[in-house]
Design a protein around this ligand. Structure first.
Ligand code: HAM
Length: 444
């Protein structure tokens, strides 16, 4: 049997419904913040990521899926969304649009050749957003609050926001020098990669997966001590706006993020749910004011965030968040002979177009087995089409819960279902949790 690749997942059944629900909520919240959807290709020129994310990052040096296509081009499957969005911003001259900043969001598949484990896949789905063309600290705070609000709208409660700043280029340079001075006498105690990183990019030693528990690493200088005044003031402004937006946060001086393009604000959002494990970071992001220029575009300040949807769905399951996932259908139409079958096909289509979830029989089951099937599908109503009723323009509707049966005119079926299902919905909408009626579950 051919099996799926390591670190990849099949999505189907109830879990697929949950993902689609999460996708809808993401669309809804993004729309409220006036972000527009962007879709960029999964395959990009290898150079984009090498130049954008950085040669010395783990993502680029160890985790990309690279190949040469049939035309001899060096291609990489995107490991993240930011570089592609910036490429598209430059290529499509979005910087010339008077409607600045450009606020976009995406939701798609990324590829990282990582060691598969819980919360770490090789094929992963990220949603994310990018604001291109504003350096206002309000955008930093708003991106963080937007991410938090998506989690809140989905019903997650136990989340924690950790922020830090890397400062501007001058501050980063000072910090880099401090790291070199600090690590040089101890570098022999670190892995070979870190010895190389010391020469090329000492910041990357801080997120080394091999040396992460080394005490020397834990006591390394912190970014905040090397900020110039401008960077410090900027970071304070971000915090002021976070307070205005009522986002609770902590400053975590250890956050440096694993991609090279960041400066100023960096942040991660954790799920504080038991069982979530070592990969408890739901999502992360930060400001990347130099990336656009580095990729050949105009100088453009940007900030963004991305979250792995797999991790988000696991957090929802671990927190046991009730989700409005429909596992019921409105009506199951049964039949015995060919004439009734044709009518079932016709009526199913009419009712589906009118907005009802309708199913019927497709594999020649007996009437008894069709009743069982209706049960399995949790049909709220069932109807056995019968030639005599149809000749009289009638249909017998049965409520599966109350077992009540009613013969109605076929002309009235839409009105009938509307009324009956509407009544049931009203009863169900008496929410079982304390939400004063404005939680996401009431929108469905
Ligand atoms: P990142 O921290 O590399 O940032 O990834 C963001 C999120 O993607 C992680 O917090 C995690 O939820 C998810 N993720 C990453 N790798 C995996 C994996 N192997 N399996 C499952 N989930 C994973 C970025 O990608 C940046 N582009 C974020 C950003 C946007 N910065 C600015 N704009």
């Amino acid at each position: 049997m051919i099996q799926k690749q390591k670190g990849c997942n099949d999505l189907y059944g109830r879990e697929a419904k949950i993902w689609k629900y999460v996708d809808r909520m993401i669309d809804e919240v993004m729309e409220k913040y006036n972000y527009t959807y962007i879709r960029t290709p999964i395959i990009e020129a290898k150079e984009l990521f090498h130049r954008g994310i950085g040669e010395t990052t783990d993502i680029v040096s160890k985790e990309t899926y690279d190949f040469v296509d049939r035309g001899g081009r060096e291609i990489t499957l995107r490991p993240e969304g930011t570089a592609g969005v910036v490429r598209s911003f430059i290529e499509n001259k979005m910087y010339g649009d008077p409607n600045q900043p450009i606020k976009v969001y995406y939701n798609g598949t990324m590829y990282r050749y990582e060691r598969p484990q819980s919360g770490r896949d090789r094929e992963l789905t990220q949603f994310g957003m990018e604001v291109l063309g504003s350096d206002d600290p309000l955008t930093d705070a708003e991106v963080i609050s937007l991410a938090v609000n998506i989690y809140k709208m989905l019903g997650l409660k136990e989340i924690k926001v950790n922020i830090n700043t890397l400062g501007d280029n001058e501050s980063r340079l000072r910090y880099r020098e401090a790291l070199v001075d600090y690590f040089t006498p101890h570098i022999k105690e670190f892995c070979e990669d870190c010895q190389e990183r010391l020469k090329k990019n000492p910041l990357r030693i801080l997120d080394c997966k091999i040396d992460k528990d080394n005490a020397i690493l834990k006591n390394a200088p912190k970014t905040l001590e090397y900020l110039n005044e401008e960077s410090r003031d900027r970071f304070e402004k971000v915090q002021e706006y976070l307070e205005v937006l009522e986002v609770k946060y902590e400053i975590d001086p250890n956050i440096v993020r694993g991609l090279d393009y960041y400066n100023h604000t960096v942040f991660e959002i954790e799920a504080k749910v038991e069982g979530f494990g070592a990969n408890n970071v739901l999502g992360g992001g930060g400001r990347y004011n130099g990336l656009c220029e580095q990729l050949g575009g105009p100088k453009t300040p940007c900030i963004g965030f991305a979250c792995g949807i797999g991790r988000l769905v696991s957090a929802l399951a671990l927190e046991k968040v009730p989700l409005p996932i429909t596992e019921e259908i409105d009506l199951f139409l049964m039949y015995v002979n060919e004439e009734e079958k044709k009518y079932a096909a016709y009526l199913s289509q009419e009712l589906r177009m009118a907005g009802f979830i309708v199913d019927t029989e497709y594999i020649g089951r007996s009437l008894k087995a069709q009743f069982k099937q209706a049960d399995r599908l949790n049909a709220k109503y069932i109807a056995v089409l019968n030639s005599e009723d149809l000749d009289r323009n009638e249909i017998k509707m049965k409520n599966s819960k109350t077992k009540e049966e009613e013969i109605i005119s076929l002309d009235a079926i839409i009105y009938y279902l509307d009324e009956k299902l509407g009544m049931e919905e009203e009863e169900e909408n008496h929410c079982s949790h304390e939400c004063s009626g404005n939680c996401c579950h009431h929108d469905e």
